[in-house]
Design a protein around this ligand. Sequence first.
Ligand code: SF4
Length: 357
Amino acid sequence: MKNNFDKIFAKIEKGKRISFKEGTLLFKDGSLAEMGFYAQKARYRLHRKNVVTYIIDRNINYTNICQTKCSFCAFYRNDKDKDAYTLKIEEVLEKIDETVQLGGSGILLQGGHNPRIPFSYYIELLNAIRKNFPQIHIHAFSPPEIVFFAKNFKMSIIEVLKKLKKAGLMSIPGGGAEILSTKTRSKIAPRKATAQEWLEVMEIAHKLKIPTTATMMFGTCESDEEIVYHLDLIRNLQDKTNGFTAFIPWTYQKGGKAKIEAEKTPYTKYLKVLAFSRIYLDNIKNIQASWLTQGLDIASVALHFGANDVGSVMIEENVVREAGCFNMTNEHELRKMILNSGFIPQKRTTLYKIIKT
Ligand code: SF4
């Protein structure tokens, strides 16, 4: 066993790619301390400077009505529920106006799969944002939403993406990936876009020069092999398209309406997944720590386990809040945490360009 790890560590040390088999072995039996040590080596190969980036943006959920009803989701509502909503375009614009006042450079626009919204809503929404806030980056519609649009409006995925891009879509969030394995997906999100469809949307988006992020939600009922498999699928697609800007792993938040029974993921497992992601995804530049699901203290430790980015200050967030996760921060606190962890904080855009301040 020791020899196997020595060979794997020697490869990581030299910047060589580890195979799926080696990755599975390392992820299952490697120690957290060693994983963190080698993740930092991989991190400093890609980011020579001691900089940790963050962004100021707002997560706007345009509707919480969703017909897909994933069992891990605490956010969705039925259209007859008292607190079901769909934002008017003017309401979205008001939220963006507040975001601009607070120094935000982008918005993340995502929502439930609401069959009552016509396709024209999305086009008009993007057009209105473009017209009123040309300085704002529009990061919108995760792959399951794109698949839903394609099925609901009887269009191909490429058609949907071309129309959204023409209307102002600039990049796509990697949400809805959960675990890209049929076994777990069929338990936690059986009606959602399949793993294959998620990958297909990303591949087409990259070919259309729409950059995207990639995510993974773990801590429900997946196996260690499925985690490595998920990363392997993303690494393979990135080899083909080079369209992923970042990878963001985060843990399942049990609470509210979320129905999956699972123990809270220990922070040691979170750090292990994060560090392993940095090692395995040698072709994705940025790995993001999730202060939102882990809190600022663990996010601070995560900066020593391969993460080079702490994501967004998040002026607004509704999805994990519905599951009872109330972590909050502001720019001052986030910068202080980065400095106290031994790094230099730098504000960035959605596409990871440094904003000079
Ligand atoms: S995770 Fe997304 S698709 Fe699934 S129920 Fe919630 S809002 Fe709908």
